[in-house]
Design a protein around this ligand. Structure first.
Ligand SMILES: [Zn+2]
Length: 397
């Protein structure tokens, strides 16, 4: 495959080997479902790695001359300055591969051994725009849907980068999308376009930030607002104000668990009574690898595994693992799925927020009203044979 964009169509510049190598890497990454490609200069050679299902794999090694040509090729395609090698740069490439629209975000970083390039692959077709396909248990999905059926207030999603928060948000907006509702988003970047929804991209250089964008959105009478991320007190305060004045607001925060989001808002400087009245609930999320269906095998759980899963007694317990095959590159895993923790802010929980309770206390109270911890959600998915105990342990701790 030779990638052609308006930037390269009329140029007969780079050498053929570099073009073939660069384009081949991009095509291979897209086909194997990789989320990013890392091209890293080493002391003597350069290393290319790809991240598949959240794990980095070494893909190839190349000499530094070829690597530099590959980097130049990528920078040309991305509209970056190939002469500038001492400062970090960003660029993007849009392409069509097997009739799929793929967006690539490229960033360069000058390391002491040369330029390191990371290519993020945003495959629009990969987003499942249906909440039913996001691995919520039926109980958690019902709990989650109740959070936003109030029609106003703020619903938060938490988890580290790459935990599938954006996918859940898009699926939620797709469900709420109708001609009677004015839905506006402000995102960094806009990863997926949904018809009927007004999406705004953050542009820090031009002064369009989450906070300033949100203030402009509020002047346009929205019903539902999706704010990509709450990073500052200013953004948090504006979002809470919007939630308290009849808008339904969705956003994300970086905390380890659902209860942590309520605590974080207070720590950021929002008055506890505002958090208690605006916050409808929180979903914490993590991605784990799914056992490969092609090499899935049953085995008898050992004592340690049974203890973790709280299954006591002498009866045998069957668990599953992937034994490794060609389809999963010998890893035993293919694709990923989400673990969730849904915490509705029921009236009984509000007084704990007002009293600045710690995360553990808050969540223990929430459990009385149906909240299920992420660990328990993971255990359920292990017992059903969807994922392994190792994956859950790694995601939860
Ligand atoms: Zn397999």
């Amino acid at each position: 495959m030779i990638i052609q964009t308006e930037r390269t169509l009329f140029k007969k510049d780079e050498n053929a080997d570099a073009v073939k190598a660069a384009d081949g890497l991009i095509a291979k990454a897209a086909v194997s479902g990789a989320s990013d490609i890392h091209i890293e200069p080493g002391e003597n050679n350069a290393c290319v790695r790809m991240r598949i299902d959240g794990v980095l794999y070494k893909e190839a090694e190349m000499n530094k001359t070829l690597m530099q040509a590959v980097v130049s090729r990528v920078k040309v395609l991305a509209g970056m300055d190939i002469a500038e090698k001492r400062l970090p740069q960003d660029g993007s490439i849009k392409l069509e591969l097997d009739r799929r629209n793929i967006d690539l975000r490229i960033s360069s970083l000058p390391t002491i051994l040369g330029e390191k390039i990371v290519i993020r692959i945003l495959d629009r077709e990969k987003f499942a725009l249906n909440l039913d396909e996001l691995n919520f248990t039926p109980e958690n999905l019902a709990l989650y849907r109740r959070l936003y059926n109030y029609g106003s207030g703020i619903v938060l999603l938490t988890g580290p980068t790459g935990s599938g928060k954006t996918t859940t948000l898009y699926a939620t907006l797709a469900e709420l999308n109708s001609s009677e509702r004015n839905i506006v988003t402000i995102e960094d970047p806009v990863e997926y376009r949904i018809n009927g929804i007004s999406q705004v991209a953050v542009n820090e250089k031009a002064g369009l930030t989450f906070a300033s964008g949100l203030r402009s959105i509020l002047r346009q009478d929205p019903d539902i607002i999706m704010l990509g991320e709450i990073r500052s007190l200013d953004t948090a305060a504006t979002a809470i104000r919007a939630a308290l004045t009849g808008h339904l607001v969705f956003s994300t925060l970086h905390t380890n668990n659902a209860a942590g989001a309520a605590v974080r808002l207070v720590d950021m400087g929002i008055e506890p009574f505002l958090v208690a009245s605006a916050l409808r609930g929180v979903v914490a999320q993590r991605l784990v690898r799914r056992i490969c269906p092609h090499c899935k095998t049953a085995y008898a759980a050992n004592a340690e595994e049974k203890a973790y899963l709280n299954i006591n007694g002498g009866d045998g317990l069957t668990l599953y693992k992937g034994s490794g095959c060609e389809k999963c590159r010998g890893t035993g895993y293919l694709g990923r799925m989400a673990l969730q923790e849904v915490m509705p802010v029921v009236p009984e929980l509000k007084k704990f927020i007002l009293g600045k309770a710690q995360e553990e206390t808050l969540f223990a109270e929430a459990e009385k009203f149906g909240a299920v911890s992420m660990r328990s959600d993971g255990v359920q998915k292990v017992l059903k044979g969807h994922t392994s105990l190792e994956e859950v342990l790694q995601a939860v701790h």
